[in-house]
Design a protein around this ligand. Sequence first.
Ligand code: RFL
Ligand code: PHB
Length: 400
Amino acid sequence: MTSLTAPLPARTTVGIVGGGPAGLLLARLLHQAGVDCVVLESRSRAYVEQRQRAGILEQGTVDALRSSGAAERLDREGLVHDGVELRWNRRGHRIDFPSLTGGRKVWVYAQTEVVKDLIALQLRDGAPLLFDAEVSQVTAADTDQPTVHYTHGGVEHTVVCDYVVGCDGFHGATRKAIPAAALSTFERVYPYSWFGILADVPPSSDELVYAHSPRGFALLSMRSPTVSRLYLQVPNGTDAATWTDGRIWDELDARFAVDGDWKLARGPITQRSVLPMRSSVTEPMRWGRVILAGDAAHIVPPTGAKGLNLAASDVIVLARAFEELAATGSTAGLDSYSDTCLRRVWRAEHFSWFMTTTLHTAPDQSPFDTRLQLSQLDRIAASPHAAAELAQNYAGLPVG
Ligand code: RFL
Ligand code: PHB
C-alpha cells in the first residue's frame, strides 16, 4: 500500500543525496555534531550493502570511522597492512609503509562492510535514512532554501534544506542543479578496463601485489583470510561472461609470474565484473548552498586505492565546516571547503594517474614507453626517496 504521508520531515538543515560511503559518513559525523540532516538513497539497502568496490582504507579514514563510533567491527575484522609488493621483470619489491611514512599503514576492509556498519548505526540512532528514494532534481539552488525532490513508493515528495550535499556519485542528480557555466570539469578516460573477480580461496600473499607484466597489469587483493579479490587489465568493452574460469586463472598466473617458488592458489570464482577507468574532477565543489562530495565531484582510477578515502576526507572537512557554522554562525569552513578538498583531490588524481600509467600497458604503447615504466619501477626499488613518495601517497596524506 502506498502511504501518502511524507516518509521524512519536510525541512532539514542538511539534505544529503546518496547513501554511499560519503553520504553515510557525513550523516554520522553531522549526527555527532548535533546538526540535523536526512539521507536519500535511490537503491535498496540490500543493493547498497552488496555493491563490490573498494578494499583499502587509509589511516585518516579509519580514524574518522573510529571517532564516529563505526569501527567496532573494522577493529575486529579489518586486516592491518604495513606494505604492498610491486612486481615486474619476474621480481618483487616490497614497499614498507611505517618506515617510509613515520608510522602510517592501511587497512583491508571492504567498502561493503563500511557501508553495512554505517547503515546499521544510522538506522539505530542516527538521522533519517531512506532507501528506494530516488532524487529527481534539486531546485531553488540559487536561494537559501534549496529543495530536494524525490520519489518514494511511487509518490513525489520534497525536502526544503538549508544546504544540499550531493553525495550521489558520478551519475548523480545534484550536480545538475548547478549551472553548467559555473563548473569546470577536467577528465581523462583510460584505454583499458579492470576485470575484477572474487574467489573463495585464501589470498596467495599476505600483502597486496601490484604486477606490471608484458601481458598487462594485474592486482592481487583480498577481502578476508579466506576470500581473494583479483583484477586483470583488459581492453575496454571486454565482456566478463566470455572468459572461462580457467582462462582467468591462466592469465593471472602469467601476469604474476615471479622467480622462485611462489604460486597463485585457485578457487571457485563467486563474482566477476568489468569496470572502465577514468579520472575526473569538477571545480568548484560548492555553488551557493549546493555542495558536492565524493565521487559526485571527482573520480580516480582504482589503481591508487584513493576513491573511497577521498570521499571520506571530503566529508570530514565538510562536517567540521557545518559544526563550525552551527556553533559560531561562521561560514568560513564552508567558504574554504572546495579549495581545501581540491588540493587533496588533485594530489590523489596525480598519484592514481601515476600508479595507473606506470603499471598498465596501453594499447598503443611503444617499447620506449615500456622502458620508461621499468626505469621508474627500478628507481622505486633503488631509492628510499622514490619509495617514500609512493608510500606516503598510498598510505594517505593527513586530512585538512
Ligand atoms: P558512491 O559509492 O557511488 O555512492 C553514491 C550513492 O548515491 C546514490 N545515488 C542516488 N541516490 C538518490 N538519488 C539519486 N538521484 C542518486 N544517484 C545516485 C547511489 O545509489 C549510491 O549509493 O559514491 P561515494 O559515496 O562518493 O563513494 C565513493 C566510492 O564508492 C568510490 O570512490 C570507491 O569505491 C572507489 N574505489 C576505491 N576507492 C578506494 O579508496 N580504495 C579502493 O581500494 C578502491 N577500489 C573503487 C575500487 C571503485 C571500484 N569501482 C567499481 C569503480 C575498486 C573498484 C572496482
Ligand atoms: C580492492 O581490494 O578492491 C582494491 C585494492 C587496491 C586497489 C584497488 C582495489 O588499488
